[in-house]
Design a protein around this ligand. Structure first.
Ligand code: CP
Length: 316
């Protein structure tokens, strides 16, 4: 079981804990609309964002979240750190921790890195994405965004579509959505279904499909995942065109989705490959919550930092 003071996996959070984080995020969201976007909550606390992989949304939203809560926020990236001189992860983390930080927000290409770091330091550790394993704050902000549009997610049908093999978002989303009572279907070509997914689906109670056109008219929300070409070493699909024909949210599929359920919503955690997994028409449609997800990222990360550093513990 995870130590009570970290957020390493979506599985650390039960329904009440997810609810508490999302409720606090609703309060934090009001700060975004203020002229002076500052709360004194984390004054005197230090948050370090330690990013060993590229990021736009997660890193900047954690930075904004910390600053709006009045924490001192330091950003360290692998490219500008002693990691590029050969320093080990442990030595880098121990060096940063020795300076007296209160929270470490870590992104790393290795699955399990955040958990490993939590064993080495006294600071609170937040997993900001570890390899193909998990991205718990992404799942929280996705749930927050969907809830704001759809209301309770209990019994709602969410399809998660695309490159599931290389996605950490799918694992965290699946856990959080199931925690909130949603029905989930994973849709992907056979080559992009993670190994062992059939057993996983049977034990965790979610559905699998290779047919997006069959699933799409039944959903309340569809989450398109990025094709992670930088993690692919082999040929997972013949051509980009064939991937789009089979699994892209094209203009025709957007029309089918809206015809079946005008209230259905479209999510994408970003960054998007426009024209590959999602057409510009779908990314920019009235049904798209892509920018709402980005906005929610700040509020949800404020809430997570608040619960870890100043409020109720978020994990058990
Ligand atoms: N969704 C997400 O994690 O985006 P970034 O890689 O830009 O942080």
């Amino acid at each position: 079981m995870t130590a009570r003071r970290h957020l390493l996996s979506s599985a650390d959070l039960d329904r009440d804990q997810v609810g508490a984080i999302l409720d606090t995020a609703t309060e934090m969201h009001t700060v975004q609309r203020r002229e002076v976007k500052k709360l004194p909550t984390l004054r005197g606390r230090t948050v370090v964002n330690l990013f060993f992989e590229d990021s736009t949304r997660t890193r900047s939203s954690f930075e904004i979240a910390g600053k709006w809560l009045s924490a001192d926020v330091i950003n360290i990236s692998a490219k500008g750190s002693s990691t590029s001189k050969g320093e080990s992860l442990r030595d880098t983390v121990m060096t940063v921790a020795a300076m007296g930080v209160d929270a470490l927000v870590i992104r790393h290409p290795a699955s399990g890195a955040a958990h490993q770091v939590s064993q080495w330091v006294d600071a609170h550790v937040v997993n900001a994405g570890d390899g193909t394993h998990e991205h718990p704050t992404q799942a929280l902000l996705d749930a927050y965004t969907m809830q704001r549009r759809l209301g309770s997610l209990e019994g709602r049908h969410v399809a998660i579509v695309g490159d599931l093999t290389h996605s950490r978002v799918v694992r965290s989303n699946l856990i959080t959505l199931r925690t909130l009572g949603a029905r989930v279907t994973l849709v992907a070509p056979p080559t992009l279904m993670p190994s062992g997914v059939t057993t996983w689906a049977a034990t965790e109670g979610f559905a699998l499909s290779h047919d997006l056109d069959e699933v799409l008219p039944t959903v309340d929300a569809v989450m398109m995942l990025r094709v992670q070409r930088e993690r692919m070493s082999g040929g997972y699909f013949p051509t980009a065109r064939e991937y789009t024909v089979g699994y892209g949210l094209t203009r025709a599929r957007l029309d089918a989705l809206v015809a079946a359920n005008p209230d259905a919503v479209i999510c994408h955690p970003g960054p998007m490959n426009r024209g590959l997994e999602i057409a510009a028409d779908a990314a920019d449609a009235a049904q798209s919550l892509v920018l709402d997800q980005v906005s929610a990222g700040v509020a949800v990360r404020m809430s997570v930092l608040y619960h870890l550093l100043a409020g109720e513990e978020v994990s058990s």
